[in-house]
Design a protein around this ligand. Structure first.
Ligand code: ADP
Length: 185
């Protein structure tokens, strides 16, 4: 496992869209913990049964469960050439665990996609009309933005202190934002 790159940013900032493009362009595994959890919910696994109501309410799934899921995922062969983490870590505890999981190949770079609250709410509401995601609705969006501020935003300082963080304005043309991000690779 080499070249871990973390995509950080609030819900609706465009992490998933950009991470997918970058991963195919640079031949990296795209690991979205949100997608993985939604798959568990769909498949009615034990984890999916625990995660369902938390996802619907916009709350985080407990650290231990997500860390275990991610550790297993990173052991797959497709991660050998490097991976983009989209939606992980989301708490300081997850970030600290990631250091242990990937001690030989630490996180190389962290890209933070930034956007203001009104833009995020607007985007998620409009995505909700086609995404079919049960958490793309008013109450859940509010909770997700609050959880981001409280639990995830402190990670910006955590990675800034390590000197590996780059902030990118996530508001604007998707292709222009992609160009800015790809310069970092
Ligand atoms: P968004 O960034 O739009 O909120 P995600 O697909 O990244 O969408 O996440 C959807 C939901 O999945 C989160 O609200 C949370 O419930 C759960 N989730 C995803 N990643 C994590 C994580 N690292 N830790 C805890 N919960 C997570």
């Amino acid at each position: 496992m080499t070249n871990l790159v973390v995509f950080l940013g609030p819900p609706g900032a465009g992490k998933g869209t950009q991470a997918l493009r970058i991963s195919s362009e640079f031949n990296l595994a795209h690991i979205s913990t949100g997608d993985m959890l939604r798959e568990h919910v769909k498949e009615l696994t034990d984890l999916g049964k625990i995660a369902k109501s938390l996802l619907d309410e916009g709350k985080l799934v407990p650290d231990d469960l997500v860390i275990q899921m991610l550790t297993e995922r990173l052991s797959h062969e497709d991660c050998l050439g490097g991976s983009i983490l989209d939606g992980f870590p989301r708490t300081l505890r997850q970030a600290e665990s990631l250091e242990k999981i990937s001690n030989k190949f630490p996180v190389k770079k962290v890209i933070v996609l930034e956007a203001h609250q009104e833009e995020l709410t607007k985007r998620i509401l409009s995505r909700g009309q086609t995404s079919g995601r049960s958490d793309d609705t008013g109450d859940s969006i509010r909770v997700r933005l609050e959880v981001y501020k409280k639990d995830t935003e402190p990670l910006i300082k955590f990675y800034e202190d390590k000197g590996i963080l780059t902030k990118i304005n996530g508001v604007g043309n998707v292709d222009d934002i992609y160009e800015l991000i790809s310069k970092e690779f």
